[in-house]
Design a protein around this ligand. Sequence first.
Ligand code: SF4
Ligand code: SF4
Length: 418
Amino acid sequence: MQTQLAPSLKDSPLGREAESIVQKCVHCGFCLATCPTYTLVGDELDSPRGRIYLMKQMLEGAPVTEKTRHHLDRCLTCRACETTCPSGVQYGRLVDAGRVIAEEKAPRTWAARAMRWGMRQVLARPSLFGLATMSGRLAKPFLPATLAKKLPGKRMAGPWPASAHARTMIVLQGCVQPVLAPDINAAFARVMDALGVSVRVAASAGCCGALDHHLNAHDASRQRARDNIDAWWSLVEAGAEAIVITASGCGTQVRDYAHLLQDDALYASRAAKVAALARDPAEVLQAERDRLTERLSAAPASGLPRVAFHSPCSLQHGLKIRGVVEALLKLAGYSLTSVPDSHLCCGSAGTYSLLQAELSQSLLERKVAALQSDAPALIATANIGCLTHIESGADRPVRHWIELIDARIATMREPSRI
Ligand code: SF4
Ligand code: SF4
């Protein structure tokens, strides 16, 4: 698509990046069939091609209205369109830039800005979010059923291995996950301990910055990246082999630190190193497959539950990791059920479930029906946002897949664990 950048954007790196992405789109429309919002509402302006067209007009200086922002807001940033696109259009980067420009040209109301600011303050701070979650749990019996279902029950972390191996990796604790599911990182640490690797946490590392980024606070998101790099750096210098992020949504963000800080003279090279070390646990266990097979061969595999795996958009479209978790679960002895339309988003998408509640709920209902269609005993996934969102609609347990691997290894000690 040929574009003529408006004079006001000609000197803007954001405008130039957006222009170069738009130019790759050949308008073929292949992406429409895999776009969750288009398949739900059937409006071209709620499709990747329609949104690219809106952004092209915006880049060329056409008036930006609330309607432009509305269609960009309804995009989940799931990046299913990137997976489908034969021309390599980096839609995720484009919509990030498009949203910043749209918000500058058509500012939100004071109330909307205040709500988004409040979300960033509470969700990204485990102390505040923990307090809010605790209060919600106490008030749960008095909440309407729809709201009560959104509050997950308390989960116990279990022991963190004390042994010190020569091999070490770092794990990101993050912001929401340690409050809602502290068991996920503990399970990862136990699995790695069984494989001869110690997992360390940098106490001062925090939110990866994805929340700020998706709410258009790009400066705040870059600052979180710098803070995390500082928090991890001594462990990286001490020889940590990887920085593991057990929530694939956060993993996508950390993998992007190199891009986010590419123009930062002080942090660019450290950001590139950190991004290169960032791993999803699926990549880590795939690399340790032989040792894992050895460990699992000692654990009894009979009577395991049938599992439906929900591959988060951040895993399959963001990190482009496809089929790896499924293979690991099979290696561990689980049988997987079939899941129709597994490329489609569950509707969680960070704060989307709060800001676009109606669309999110429709996507959730469709996803839960697909996941439960082949009668699994439980559902596994790879991202805390998807986990809690699906849990609010499913009528069976939802777990992070690493917990299932941990449970299998644990059966050597506790046969009734799964
Ligand atoms: S990112 Fe997802 S919701 Fe947004 S346009 Fe692409 S496929 Fe549609
Ligand atoms: S599939 Fe790619 S090139 Fe075709 S319309 Fe969609 S974004 Fe453009």
